[in-house]
Design a binder for this molecule. Structure first.
Ligand code: ADP
Ligand code: MG
Length: 223
């Protein structure tokens, strides 16, 4: 089975008058098709870890292979393309563009790759269907609930068929019921599409939805 993420002795130190040792050497693998939760108390280094894995930041030390590519060797331009082609992101804030419809928001990462308009439109409709929002394609964000907006953000993250889907506390702004819907949706995407998902959460109860938990405390993996 393929390894999607291979991390060895990864460190991140934020410089400053007093440097912050946010990751102090973490090592693990994530296989293709796994649904993994990164858990731990606030300030432990979860988001920092996700940002390194998602090529949204550069580690201070260590090796990082994503989809068999040593990403430290990529130029900035290659990294941008790598992110667009192989990675998808969902954050706590849905970050939808308010002037655009759900459909147009979902299409944005495809346009960034110069995808042909018509084929991507079909895929956008498919993805909105996957997240249960086919009927809302022409709604703007303010006409959607928080949970629905997050589902649009998930469809957007999937439009370019990413190898890995990253999510950082995607339920943090949602009520219990919408949170459950999002977790069940991730589970479905993982099972039906074989989507690799790496999700940060601080909610211990979420662990029942995932294949495996990686616990982070003070910048280290807790055994
Ligand atoms: P978590 O997501 O688990 O709450 P973070 O990864 O956000 O933890 O933070 C880990 C540590 O790194 C914390 O001490 C935090 O204050 C610090 N930190 C996070 N981002 C930055 C940054 N951009 N600059 C400096 N320190 C940071
Ligand atoms: Mg965080």
């Amino acid at each position: 089975m393929n390894i999607d993420v291979k991390v060895k002795n990864l460190k991140k130190i934020y410089p400053g008058k007093v440097p912050t040792y946010a990751l102090r050497g973490v090592t693990f693998d994530i296989k293709e098709g796994e649904f993994v939760a990164i858990m731990g108390k606030s300030g432990g280094g979860k988001s920092t870890l996700l940002h390194q894995l998602g090529l949204l930041d550069t580690p201070t030390k260590g090796t990082l292979l994503i989809d068999d590519v040593d990403v430290s060797k990529l130029s900035n331009h290659e990294k941008t393309l790598f992110r667009l082609q192989r990675l998808g992101y969902v954050f706590q804030e849905y970050a939808l563009i308010f002037e655009l419809t759900a459909m147009e928001n979902v299409l944005l990462p495809a346009f960034a790759l110069n995808g042909s308009h018509e084929s991507y439109k079909k895929r956008a409709i498919d993805m909105l269907g996957k997240v249960g929002l086919k009927e809302r394609a022409n709604h703007r964000p303010h006409e959607l609930s928080g949970g629905e907006q997050q589902r649009v953000a998930i469809a957007r993250a999937l439009i370019n068929n990413p190898k890995i889907l990253f999510a950082d506390e995607p339920m943090a702004n949602l009520d219990t019921n919408s949170s459950k819907q999002i977790l069940e949706l991730f589970q479905k995407l993982n099972k039906e599409l074989g989507q690799t998902i790496i999700m940060v959460t601080h909610e211990p109860e979420d662990k029942k939805y995932v294949d495996r938990v990686i616990r982070i405390k003070d910048g280290l993996i807790e055994e």
